[in-house]
Design a binder for this molecule. Structure first.
Ligand SMILES: *Cc1c(COP(=O)(O)O)cnc(C)c1O
Length: 248
């Protein structure tokens, strides 16, 4: 299937999930996850109207974003969605428009210190609400049962929101891999409720919920996703196997 055919299916599924949930289809941003795919695939998606792209490795993104910009596509929005190693932090802010994978206060502080002076860097805080050990992010699976878990996370959110150079826009999560996407629904609902509880406690707007990938995005949208990150359903199976990268 071509990228054009894939995109038209994904877009109509997004519209359908929005209608099911009584939401405006314009309230969901589709991020095309282009990791392992070439700049020419990105440009193909751009020609089909795509504006938001996601990458999970700084090194790979550097070459790709530079190549795509050289083709004149400079108004795209690039999202960093993967774990950021300390030694790579300084390269992130100049390259990306949104960092979805902020998993510590220390990382937020380093990103703030390296953010361009001309614009605030938009960030989302990555949360592990499934309790799976393999997942990155703040561990918040038990926030509804354990008050201390919630309070500690709220304190971190408060601190991150305080960095001037970054704009904290919301939360991101990855659901576990499951056979039936319905099984992921409680994880998405838990992230939404956590966001609501934080907004209430801190009096802070956290409008964005980035959740939902190829295997589960319709359910994520029904549970309130404002950003979905979709790779395989748009570009097909990933091109390169990078053994050192668990996110692939
Ligand atoms: C790879 C990746 C995606 C996209 O996954 P697909 O299953 O191909 O849609 C989304 N989010 C993150 C964080 C990823 O690493």
């Amino acid at each position: 299937m071509s990228i054009a055919e894939n995109l038209s299916i994904v877009r109509s599924q997004i519209d359908r999930a929005c209608i099911n949930a009584g939401r405006d289809p314009g309230s969901v941003t589709l991020v095309a996850v282009s990791k392992t795919h070439t700049p020419s695939k990105v440009l193909e998606a751009v020609a089909l109207g795509m504006q938001h792209f996601g990458e999970n490795r700084v090194e790979e993104a550097q070459g790709k974003i530079t190549a795509v910009r050289a083709q004149g596509s400079s108004s795209l929005v690039w999202h960093m969605i993967g774990h950021i190693q300390s030694r790579k932090v300084r390269d992130v802010a100049p390259l990306f428009d949104v960092v979805q994978s902020v998993d510590s206060v220390k990382l937020a502080s380093k990103l703030a210190a390296s953010a361009p002076k001309t614009r605030r860097l938009k960030v989302l805080v990555e949360v592990n609400v499934s309790g799976e050990e393999s997942k990155q992010g703040f561990s918040c699976a038990s926030w509804q049962e354990e008050r201390a878990v919630f309070d500690e996370f709220a304190a971190s959110i408060h601190e991150i929101a305080g960095f001037r150079a970054i704009e904290l826009a919301g939360l991101m999560t990855m659901a576990p891999i499951v056979e039936d996407m319905e099984q992921a629904r409680p994880v998405f609902a838990r992230l939404r409720k956590l966001r609501d509880a934080l907004q209430e406690k801190l009096g802070l707007p956290l409008p964005e919920l980035s959740m939902g990938m190829t295997d589960d995005y319709p359910v994520a949208i029904e549970e309130g996703a404002t950003i979905v990150r979709i790779g395989r359903a748009i570009f097909g199976e990933r091109q390169v196997v990078q053994a050192n990268n668990p996110a692939l």
